[in-house]
Structures are given as C-alpha cells and as structure tokens.
Design a protein around this ligand. Structure first.
Ligand code: URA
Length: 244
C-alpha cells in the first residue's frame, strides 16, 4: 500500500471513530504478512464484490428509473404536502449491498438524494472504510418524503411507503441489507424491534441477510458507538467477500 493510500485509510478509520491502533493485537490476529493482488487487479476484484456485470444492471437501472418517475407525484400520505420532492434512492441498481435509513432530512429533501447531510457524510465514510464507494451500494429510506421538523416517521406513513421500498428491493435484489437505526429495521420486519437487542446480529428477511446497526445520526451524538458499527460492517464485508 502506498503512503497516500495508507494515510487515506487511517484518516477514514479516524473519521469513523477509531482513536488508536493496537498493532500487537492486529499482528497476532493476522499472522505473517501475505502477498496481496497488485493494484491493477483491485478494480476487477472490487467490481466482482460489488455487483454482477452485464445486462442485469442495465435492466434494473431502467426499471428503477421508471419506477422513480411513477412515484414522483405520490400523495399516499400527509408527508406529500411538506416535501420539496420524493427522495427515491441512489446507487448501483444491482448492488449486492443496500442500506436502509429512516427518511430524508432537510438537505436530502432539497437535493433529492438520501444521506447527503452530516449523517450522510458519515455514512459515506463508513462505506469508504468498507473499501466501497457510494455508487457501488444502494441507499434508500423507510419513507421517501421528509417528515416535518425532522420528526420520526409515523407508522401509517411508513406503511404507505413500504411497498415502494419492497419494489426497490425486488428490483435491486441485494444479498445483504444493512438497516440504519430503528425505522429501517421496523419497516422491513413490520414491527418495532429494539435496536439494542439485535444490533450486530445477522437476521433473515425473506431469505436475505440483514445486518441491523446504529443510524449515523446516532453516531454523531454518540461517537463511542462508532466502533460497534465498524464491527458490524466488518461482518458485512466478510459476507460479501471483501477482505477486512
Ligand atoms: N437520515 C436518514 O435516515 N436518511 C437520510 O436520507 C438522511 C438522514
């Protein structure tokens, strides 16, 4: 690894909450150094980790774009009246990894893209620390319109929006879903589950692997919890075949 790449990796780890590196423990865990693929192979490796190649991606992309258009004027719940726009979702239409958050905030409502505010920057750092890019994964929310004053989404709003998320999952077919905070989890499993009771444990949802973890906004308030999220993301990386 070049000095620049090493610096970037260390800065990411710092941004997601690491305060020190225990080199002795790391050496004991990894054993002697191994030969790694040359840099020129890394794109190929990453792409095989990220998504299947070829037509499937184009088809899913076109279907998602068409679906996004079809719900742009949605008025199934009261959130329609306060939004600037429907915040559909963003990312690779054939992503193997999908993140599900809560709902758009002010920045997302204006930009029309999920997770672009402060919590979004942290999510992007987490994705990078997983050796992926934002555009490799898919990011969506439990509700697609901004709740007023950033309040929590109401159960009937989540219920109205749920079929949209289901359709996205159906088109994207992610192998792994990471739910961020309690509302992503609640909308998938259609019941309220205490995040503290399941965080970091694999769950099964219709044959898909689901990893519940904390919401990045919670991490901004409780930086000490970043190490828990990183431990959860390492499980996701292992599941996707990304070297940790
Ligand atoms: N929080 C979320 O849950 N989703 C967003 O898109 C932004 C912040």
């Amino acid at each position: 690894m070049s000095d620049g790449a090493l610096r970037e990796e260390l800065e990411l780890l710092r941004d997601i909450g690491f305060t020190h590196l225990d080199l002795d423990a790391a050496r004991a865990r990894v054993g002697p150094p191994t030969v790694v693929a040359p840099a020129s192979d890394s794109t190929v490796i990453r792409e095989s980790v990220v998504a299947p190649s070829g037509g499937q991606s184009d088809d899913a992309g076109a279907a998602l774009a068409e679906f996004a258009k079809s719900i742009a004027e949605c008025d199934l719940c009261r959130l329609a009246s306060g939004r600037t726009q429907v915040v559909f979702g963003v990312g690779n239409p054939s992503a193997r990894l999908m993140f599900i958050g809560e709902g758009p905030g002010r920045d997302e409502d204006i930009k029309g893209e999920p997770f672009v505010g402060r919590a979004g920057e942290l999510l992007t750092d987490i994705i990078k620390a997983m050796k992926l890019r934002r555009e490799d994964v898919y990011i969506a929310n439990a509700v697609k319109c901004r709740p007023p004053e950033n309040r929590n989404p109401e159960p009937d709003e989540m219920e109205a929006c749920r079929p949209y998320l289901m359709r996205q999952i159906d088109l994207i077919q992610p192998e792994v879903i990471v739910t961020l905070g309690r509302f992503g989890l609640q909308t998938l499993f259609e019941r309220s589950i205490a995040i503290s009771s399941v965080r970091g444990q694999w769950m099964d949802w219709n044959g898909r692997r689901v990893m519940p973890t904390y919401h990045p906004a919670y991490l901004l308030r409780n930086p000490a919890a970043k190490k828990d999220v990183w431990s959860d993301m390492k499980k996701v990386m292992a599941e996707l075949g990304i070297a940790v």
